[in-house]
Design a protein. Sequence first.
Length: 348
Amino acid sequence: MNRLTAWIKSIHFLMGLQSKDETLPDVKEISIPVRNGSLRADCYMPKSQSLGTIITINGLAPLGNRDPRFIIVNKSLNKLGYTVISPFFDEICDYKISLRNIDDIKDSILFISGQKDLCTSGKVSIFAPSFSGSLSLIAVSDKQIADRMNTICAIGAFANVDDIIGNLFADQNLDEYGRMILLLNFLPLSIGENKSLFKAIKLAILDNYFKYKDNLLEPHFSKMKKVDRDFFENLKYDKDFRMKHWDIILKKSGKDRELLSALSVTNHINSLNLPILLIHGLKDDVVPANESSMLHEELVARGVECKLCITSLISHGDTGFSLKTLLEVPKLITSFSFFFRKAYDKKQ
């Protein structure tokens, strides 16, 4: 694909993202075998010969691949002529951050790239926002997986998970949705199990996501023990209280420490050797834009073909790009044209 064609594709993609049509089209549903079971996936098949295969990895959201915003992304990519495979990652959709997430992404890549009816060339590309962008970068650092890859686009990815958690715990003004997800995953390393408390955190996350008028949290919260209600309120409003528990988590060793290390892209960066597009919101209130800048600097220093786009047109890991600030649109067009050129597969 030449640069002009890629530019045109990029323009059409950005225009497609402005659509308000969130309806799921007629997709082919498949089952992807993974080491812990199977994942269902939606396949958006192009009307003519495919330009390449793109796997889209949903962010930490309960509707996953069928989140209305993600459906628009998938349709927009598909209308360009790409085969789009969008699995439902059940653990990610249940707000669980673990090494299994990375294994599921790896297994999905291996399976899809081996299906001739979905990927005739044996190589795929990835489009992934938020935490899933970082998890995907870690997955493709595995040489066996990288050999099945053309390129990856990560939106709002983090470099060092310790820094992101510490930042969200310390700054009350940052995104509560992201902070509560991290508390749900990592607070057990400090306090152990507390079913009532963690149910409250989970319900608070769901209320935030769905914007429920009659929230899910209140009925449960009113039945909690006072000590647990106070603990929850401190987690929500007291940064010093959160940081006390973060300090305890950081002092952990063994498997707990290994998990945090394994989830940091910086610890895998020396094994990343494929074309990478990093896009980040300038005012991201979950993962600061300098996380992508840091990754870009290190990758370029190693000679990796990597493009960075910091833009004010999106928020954290967003997949809907507003075109209100026209001065930034050419930068976005150039960035996505890089991805579409690399995702184009001549063997398809």
